[in-house]
Design a protein around this ligand. Structure first.
Ligand SMILES: [Zn+2]
Length: 277
């Protein structure tokens, strides 16, 4: 558990890797997944901020058949996720990405949203560049988060330790903290080598109505005015960096409107449920 807390804080404190309540981590031990609670900041995480869940129950969820309707499916999925919490954990809400963590066979999982990596995942040629640079990684095209994403990943994962999620971020999985550091460091080095110019001090403005990732929707809103909060400003700067980095990967590719609409609705539902708990 101390290893999990250590690397969560270490990577969670680096603004080049993750911002605000974004990103998450987990550990597996004796059939139990300890995964970050929804919305907690990694940089200051404590033992109690992790939710203990039954791995076998979580993994069984990907085989469930749910309704096609978005809100009916997500409600059923959330109920099943909730039922996978260990006794005593009822009051906690796990990360929405908990099931993705459970699908990796490795002991430790690290999920981050680095601007440099998202220059690739939000680039028009991102998939092509990923295949060249990281042939060992799984590429998952942008899709609805929650059950749809978990299902898609479970079909593609096959024991691999690196997953790039288009318009979202990256997952690394390893049995030791040193291996995790190696995977992250190796990816950042390869991407940095592709970025052949120094980042200008003043970056071009971006259109917040065309967000790159779910984080930008959650913290920046969709405009026309940026919310007057520190997190909104942080994520706006992040979007400017992604926009600039994406120039080395074929140019910027914002989230599809269909996904923006889904996430806007989904986040609202999550928030409402959280408040009513
Ligand atoms: Zn994420």
């Amino acid at each position: 558990m101390q290893t999990l807390i250590n690397y969560s804080r270490k990577y969670g404190s680096d603004p080049e890797l993750v911002l605000a309540g974004g990103g998450n981590t987990s550990m597996k031990e004796n059939g139990v997944l300890y995964v970050k609670g929804s919305g907690c900041a990694l940089s200051t995480i404590e033992k109690d901020n992790f939710v203990a869940m039954d791995i076998a129950k979580l993994r069984a969820i990907v085989n469930n058949v749910y309704p096609d309707n978005d809100s009916a499916r997500e409600a059923a999925f959330l109920a099943d996720m909730s039922a996978a919490k260990l006794p005593g954990e009822e009051a906690k809400r796990p990360s929405v990405e908990a099931l993705l963590h459970a699908l990796f066979p490795q002991r430790y999982v690290l999920h981050l949203h680095p601007a440099l990596v998202n220059g690739l995942t939000c680039g028009v040629d991102g998939e092509k560049a990923a295949a060249e640079l990281f042939p060992e990684a799984v590429w998952v095209e942008a899709c609805k988060p929650g059950f749809t994403l978990a299902k898609l990943l479970s079909d593609k994962l096959n024991g691999r330790n690196t997953v790039l999620l288009q318009n979202h971020g990256v997952f690394f999985a390893a049995d030791t903290e040193a291996e995790l550091a190696g995977l992250l460091g190796g990816m950042l080095a390869k991407l940095s080598a592709r970025v052949t110019e120094a980042m200008p001090a003043v970056l071009p403005d971006v259109d917040i109505s065309k967000p790159f990732t779910p984080d930008h929707i959650v913290y920046c809103g969709l405009g026309p005015v940026l919310p007057d909060t520190d997190n909104a400003r942080l994520l706006y700067k992040d979007a400017q960096k992604i926009n600039w980095y994406s120039g080395f990967f074929g140019g910027p590719l914002p989230l599809k409107q269909e996904l923006v609409d889904f996430i806007t609705h989904w986040e609202a539902e999550s928030y409402r449920k959280k408040k009513s708990n």
